[in-house]
Design a protein around this ligand. Structure first.
Ligand code: SAH
Length: 460
């Protein structure tokens, strides 16, 4: 191994030309072959950079001044973009964001899945890639005795208190957060103090159905009691007719987890509703629900196209959550079996099936890797399997069970291209072929990308 020292030193200021982007969206520039990763730098740019970390084979820099700017550099519309860290790509044009995500998927298909020739389609983007999030969870703090709300400064628990608005949030959510803060402040409700584990209001969570404009406000307190509850409810509901539900959640633990165990509906309905396509969803305070439904619709339409389900087909939807994909599949299939580890999600899935008059979907609580072999032992022979695992991808046992079930087609929905590529390799080695991969931009302005891929059995 080479003992050669890195060609730069920590704290040194250098001029660097950028040629590439990492998967996270950092600029990559090289000095004598040694790569430096620099947040907010773009390919084609020349900039002065302070070296902040020097590892053996690569280092990190801080962007000081852009001397030659890329045509893809844009002014971030958010006033706290460089402090917040919630978004990583606001400084680049939306076209470049989509292209970067496409390149990332192509690269892992080559490097991890060893699928050099699989077609990876251009990323499906949004016409208007702003204000798409339907849910916000925002910490509450105090400054000079006044309540403040804002996201944490990058890598800290310090609230950014001059955040005017969150430009990827639904405007109704933004306005509702401000209203709660203003009213709670006037009523003298104290913020939770994380360091001392004292005080009351920890977080404000708001979710709005994009299609229905129904809003749910969740107030999360350390205390069992929500002070001035009645006044707070009255003022909120008088000012905001779109508020359909107000929920009090109690979290008395010293933890980063936002929601506590106890949830009480203190005004209005237990659920708000939203629709994706022609399916209606009931969403409670603790339900998982996709944050960007219009893009979710595009993703699911692709998944359905890839699944190519006939009316006699039996389908498994693994990692089904609240049954979002299952219910779309059930409209076409003979029967759909959903499996999911979170019991509350399965309750929601059953409720959502009922709400939509869908009777050919069955939902089971359990680990997909355990339930699949049981289903196989019981003689369940699915024609198509759809999977949508969390970021860590599928367990090997699960993939093996899937291969042994010999479905004609597999549709793999993934929020992490690297684990998708790893799992596609295993499926390829098990007799399946990946026909195509479609990236979908579910989270514009951030480095995340969602993919759906169509996989078929070779001998069919
Ligand atoms: N398909 C759903 C949810 C996908 S998110 C939708 O589109 O809404 C991934 C889901 O996998 C989560 O709901 C998570 O709870 C679940 N999950 C995680 N590990 C699991 C496991 N080992 N077995 C089954 N489900 C699991």
């Amino acid at each position: 191994m080479s003992k050669q020292a890195a060609p730069v030193k920590k704290n040194e200021t250098i001029t660097l030309t950028f040629e590439d982007l990492t998967h996270e969206g950092n600029g990559v520039g090289k000095i004598g072959g040694y790569p430096l990763f620099v947040p907010y730098a773009l390919p084609g740019e020349e900039a002065t950079v302070k070296v902040v970390k020097v590892n053996k084979n690569f280092g990190f820099g801080k962007l000081l001044e852009v001397k030659q700017s890329s045509k893809d550099r844009v002014e971030p519309p958010c006033n706290v973009y460089y402090q917040c860290g919630g978004c990583q790509l606001q400084h680049m044009s939306y076209d470049l964001q989509l292209q970067m995500k496409h390149n990332q998927v192509k690269s892992v298909m080559r490097k991890i899945a060893h699928l050099d020739h699989v077609p990876v389609h251009p990323t499906i983007g949004m016409d208007d890639p702003w204000r798409y999030r339907n849910k916000v969870q925002i910490p509450v703090g105090e400054r000079d005795g006044e309540l403040i709300t804002g996201f944490y400064r990058m890598r800290s628990h310090e609230i950014i208190d001059d955040m005017e608005t969150c430009v990827i949030q639904d405007e109704l959510n933004d306005r509702s957060v401000h209203a709660v803060r203003r009213i709670a402040n006037r009523l003298g409700i104290k913020a939770y103090d994380e360091k001392k584990d004292r005080g009351v209001l920890r977080h404000i969570m708001v979710r709005t159905g994009r299609e229905t404009n129904e809003t749910m406000i969740v107030l999360i307190t350390r205390t069992e009691k929500l002070p001035h509850k009645e006044e707070l409810i009255r003022e909120l509901t008088e000012t905001f007719p779109h508020v359909k539900s107000i929920v009090h959640n109690i979290n008395n633990k010293r933890t980063n987890v936002i929601l506590g165990r106890k949830t009480n509906v203190i005004w209005g309905e237990e659920y708000i509703y939203d629709t994706i396509g022609d399916i209606r969803f009931a969403i409670s305070a603790k339900s998982f629900y996709q944050v960007n439904p219009p893009q979710t619709k595009k993703l699911y339409d692709k998944a359905l196209e890839y699944a190519a389900i006939g009316s006699d087909d039996v389908v498994i939807d693994a990692y089904c959550g609240i049954g979002t994909i299952s219910l779309f599949l059930a409209q076409k299939a003979k029967k759909v079996y959903g499996v999911e580890i979170v019991p509350e999600a399965i309750n929601d899935a059953k409720k959502n099936a009922e709400l939509n008059g869908i009777t050919n979907a069955e939902f089971v609580v359990g680990e997909a890797e355990k339930v699949m072999p049981q289903w196989k032992a019981q003689g369940l022979n699915p024609d198509v399997i759809v999977v949508d695992p969390p970021r860590k991808g599928c367990e090997v046992d699960f993939l093996q069970a899937m291969i042994e079930m010999e479905p004609k087609r597999i549709v793999y929905v993934s929020c992490n291209p690297s684990t998708l590529a790893r799992d596609l390799r295993i499926l390829e080695d098990g007799g399946y072929e990946t026909l195509e991969v479609q990236p979908v931009d579910m989270f514009p302005q951030t480095g995340h990308v969602e993919c759906v891929s169509q996989i078929v059995r070779r001998d069919v």
